[in-house]
Design a binder for this molecule. Structure first.
Ligand code: HAM
Length: 408
């Protein structure tokens, strides 16, 4: 070990576990790539104001969890705590919404940063694969995204996840509900911080985990009773579409999510094997976000799935991904001349598209064969001086153990 360790709340991805992370990213993005989503990549940091306005001034993410910095040029930046605001900013900046092809469907994969209290499944540096469909209000689009996330998890072999679904209303009905809720909450026996929250973001109070708070919330007005007809019809359509696709979900009235930009459809994927950090992914519709960051009206919907927690979910379910060995042929030279010749063979194999590796460092046969085994290679090429004199190498089938001399 060196003097240094990975910073608190972070961890390194090293082989062999890192291969599972790559496979998870691949599996989550595959259904998106097959459904018209184009790849987008944005900077790891943005103007801090983008997140303050987009994610919300009153959210934990913005008030407590952002890594902010002032550059030498006095720019106020933040490491990105999430992807949606950045992706929308980038799409607007590139005028993708003006290309006459709505929705603009994008997917992304990358690192995100939140200064949270670290615990199992909760890190300060984590990784998401996400999708955003920008510029169209259509329940089919909401359904598409939920179905694709479900498909991604199922393709990985995950079974013990649940989909929680809710509607948060729109700019017509939510303010009416918000006020009714505030009136109700103001009469309760709550601490100062929660009282402040009533004024800024009352829906978050419903999310309070404390039993004495929950007890007082039994008769709180329900958003469902306040949804306008348009929101109700929209939500029913989303529910019908995902039901028709055979995707099982649970209606969860309490689902409010930790970001302020959501309207109408919101959903979360939770995994029951993960303890308190059970949300493996989440998303929803954000019809007002574009205008909040200075863009035109562009109703949109998206999700992000956490790669770290998805890997933990696989481990919790005991799912072993079927990862093919990365090396097909492993070359073991015995002697100087064989080293040169076999390295040439390995180079040729690689150029021909065959994954090949080599026993470096002139080790003995025993140690080299151990490495060959560990590599998972189907074939080993062994050559010593006598083989070379005869113009052959020994090709060993690692499955059957059979060895044959083949001409060089
Ligand atoms: P989010 O729910 O904040 O949503 O994050 C999505 C997922 O990222 C979570 O379900 C979780 O798996 C993972 N995640 C979040 N924080 C951490 C952490 N500290 N450690 C490990 N994993 C974490 C969003 O970020 C929205 N941008 C999703 C979205 C896209 N909504 C619309 N479009």
């Amino acid at each position: 070990m060196s003097t240094f360790q990975a910073p608190k709340g972070t961890y390194d991805l090293t082989p062999p576990r890192s291969a599972t992370f790559l496979a998870v990213r691949e599996a989550i993005s595959a259904p998106l790539r097959d459904s018209g989503y184009g790849y987008i990549e944005t900077p790891g940091f943005e103007n801090v104001e983008l997140f303050a306005r987009g994610v919300g001034e009153s959210t934990d993410i913005v008030t407590k969890e952002m890594y902010t910095l002032t550059t030498k040029g006095s720019d106020q930046l933040a490491l990105r705590p999430e992807g949606t605001a950045s992706v929308l900013r980038a799409a607007l900046e590139a005028n993708l919404h003006k290309a006459g092809n709505l929705p603009v469907k994008l997917w992304y994969s990358g690192s995100y940063y939140r200064y949270e209290r670290p615990q199992a499944g909760r890190y300060r540096h984590f990784s998401q694969v996400g999708a955003e469909a920008i510029g169209t209000e259509d329940p089919v689009l909401d359904a598409e995204l939920i179905i694709l996330a479900d498909q991604a998890y199922r393709s990985l072999g995950l079974r013990q996840f649940r989909i929680l679904l809710n509607s948060l209303g729109d700019k017509e009905c939510r303010p009416v509900y918000r006020e009714a809720l505030q009136t109700f909450l103001r009469d309760l026996d709550l601490d100062e911080e929660t009282r402040r929250r009533i004024e800024i973001n009352p829906l978050r109070v419903l999310d309070d985990k404390r039993a004495d708070v929950q007890k007082q919330l039994t008769d709180a007005p329900k958003l469902r009773d306040y949804l306008c007809d348009a929101c109700k019809a929209y939500h029913e359509e989303v529910r019908a579409l995902i039901t028709a696709a055979g995707v099982v979900f649970e209606d969860d009235e309490k689902l409010v999510r930790g970001l302020d930009y959501y309207t109408r459809t919101t959903f979360e994927f939770v995994h029951d094997g993960l303890g308190s950090q059970s949300a493996v992914g989440g998303g929803g519709r954000y019809d007002g976000l574009s205008e909040m960051i200075g863009g035109p009206e562009l109703p949109s919907v998206g999700w992000a799935l956490g790669v770290d927690r998805t890997v933990l979910a696989l481990e919790a379910e005991g799912v072993e991904l079927d990862l093919p060995a990365t090396t097909s042929v492993y070359a073991v030279p015995l002697g100087e001349e064989a080293r040169r010749v076999l390295f040439g063979v390995v180079t040729e194999l690689r150029r021909a598209g065959i994954a090949a590796d080599f026993a470096f460092g002139g080790r003995g046969l025993k140690g080299a064969m151990k490495s060959a085994n560990r590599s998972g290679a189907r074939y080993t090429l062994v050559a010593g001086e006598r083989d070379l004199a005869e113009g052959v190498v020994q090709l060993k089938d690692m499955e059957s153990g059979e060895q044959t001399a083949v001409p060089l």
